[in-house]
Write a protein of this length. Structure first.
Length: 300
């Protein structure tokens, strides 16, 4: 398959990395399933919705995790999270060329509630420790379910974040926002609205992702290689955090709340404030054209 969006987790792994190089740890044959789902009478998966292991990327050894969006929307539970943490902890010891996370998740698995929340927090801690050990962590976001909730935060904690123009990334998913604030506030069925506020093009124009690619496996592979060679961020530092806070403060000052309420298209208004041209044409542009629109001022 050429479309990253249409691939399953294991199809992405097989297509992205060097042929026949993937060695899976804790494969389905070991039947490592969630005990919580069984207690609730909910169907489980023998890999708990995530494949982990090692592979070669252009001859370089990398550790990888691929979330399966078809199983509970890629939701994170106790076992799912433990597999991600174990992968990252092992990377700190073995020091591969990098860790590649193929993220597709709606966030915490509600069936496991607190166990899932704890799992995501442990993933974040392990990821930041891995970064501080000088092992780059690269996230790829382009699956059908997007990357939301706790895993949306995990994606933004990585050294390098790559999205496709059809990928989505946010803290809260469209359905969650609609359920909590009403369809008048956010219509989850409005595809233009959803992609203008959480889609890959929007995230690129606001500098919330580090590379934007078309929806092909080949494009993601090439971008992953670029990210390994030159990740956007290194170990976490106080200076980096302070710079991020200054950037967020500048963004908040661009458009006061009262101005937000007076605009018909908030996304386009924000892009214009960031110096982006041709904002009314972004939806029809391909990834290459959108990449050319982002001004240098957005990055500073």
């Amino acid at each position: 398959m050429s479309s990253y969006l249409e691939c399953s987790a294991r199809q992405r792994v097989q297509a992205l990395f060097d042929a026949h190089s993937f060695h899976e740890w804790l494969p389905p044959a070991q039947r490592l399933s969630s005990p919580h789902l069984a207690q609730l009478g909910v169907p489980s998966s023998f890999d708990d919705g995530v494949a982990i292991g090692q592979a070669l990327l252009d001859g370089q050894t990398v550790y990888i995790a691929a979330q399966e969006g078809e199983f509970m929307g890629g939701g994170v539970g106790e076992v799912h999270g433990a597999k991600l943490v174990g992968l990252l902890r092992r990377a700190m010891i073995d020091r591969p060329a990098g860790v590649i996370l193929l993220l597709e998740s709606g966030g915490v698995r509600l069936h496991e509630a607190n166990a899932g929340l704890i799992a995501v927090s442990e993933v974040m801690r392990a990821l930041l420790d891995t970064r501080n050990a000088d092992v780059p962590v690269i996230a790829l976001v382009g699956g059908q379910n997007g990357c939301f909730g706790g895993m949306g935060i995990v994606a933004r904690c990585t050294n390098h974040l790559i999205m496709s123009d059809v990928g989505r990334l946010a803290m809260s998913g469209p359905e969650v926002i609609e359920a909590s604030h009403g369809v008048e506030e956010y219509d989850s069925q409005d595809r233009a609205l959803v992609w203008q506020t959480s889609g890959g093009k929007h995230r690129w124009l606001t500098a919330d992702c580090d590379d934007l690619v078309s929806d092909t496996v080949a494009a993601f592979r090439a971008a992953a290689l670029r990210g390994l060679k030159r990740p956007a961020r290194g170990p976490v530092t106080l200076e980096e955090l302070e710079q991020e806070h200054r950037l967020l403060a500048q963004r908040a000052a661009l458009l006061p709340v009262e101005q937000w309420e007076q605009t018909d298209n908030q996304a386009q208004t924000l892009w214009q404030a960031l110096g982006v041209k041709q904002t009314d044409q972004v939806g029809q542009m391909d990834a290459t054209a959108v990449k050319a629109l982002r001004s240098q001022e957005v990055l500073s």
